[in-house]
Design a binder for this molecule. Structure first.
Ligand code: THU
Length: 135
């Protein structure tokens, strides 16, 4: 089993469960995301929309915020998995890529699942080769 297949076996069901909680009356899209830290803890998030559209929060950033709130340190997570309905195949938005780049490990893998067998995966560097950093 590859690293990606193992991550799907561990996280797919939880991401799908999180997507059930999406608050998305405007787009109808249901997105769930799970991040697993180096201690094996799993943190979930879903998309939360707002009538003031710009305030919408993506599932990936909500999962990462939950991880940080529960004590995950920046760089201490190797895998983030997304499950999405309402898209043929979701590639994470730019804002989420920036946040992933800062909070996931440098060699982390991001997996986006349409189903357990229909998915795409990327490294952080593939998603965002030139992140914004404060120097
Ligand atoms: N969305 C996510 O949750 N993650 C992404 O990476 C892109 C988009 C959500 C936000 C909004 O609720 C819906 O998908 C349509 O943009």
């Amino acid at each position: 089993m590859s690293k990606v297949e193992k991550a799907i076996a561990k996280l797919y069901a939880q991401a799908r469960l999180a997507s059930d909680n999406a608050y998305s009356p405007y787009s109808g899209a249901k997105v769930g995301a799970c991040v697993v830290d180096d201690d094996g803890n799993v943190y979930s998030g879903c998309n939360v929309e707002n009538a003031s559209f710009g305030l919408t929060q993506c599932a990936e950033r909500n999962a990462l915020a939950a991880a940080v709130a529960h004590g995950m340190k920046p760089g201490a997570a190797q895998t983030l998995l997304i499950y999405a309905t309402g898209f043929d195949s979701l590639a994470p938005c730019g804002a989420c890529r920036q946040v992933m780049s800062e909070l996931l490990a440098d060699d982390a893998t991001v997996i986006s699942c349409h189903s357990e067998t229909d998915y795409r995966s990327w490294s952080i560097v593939e998603l965002l080769p030139h992140p914004f950093v404060l120097s």
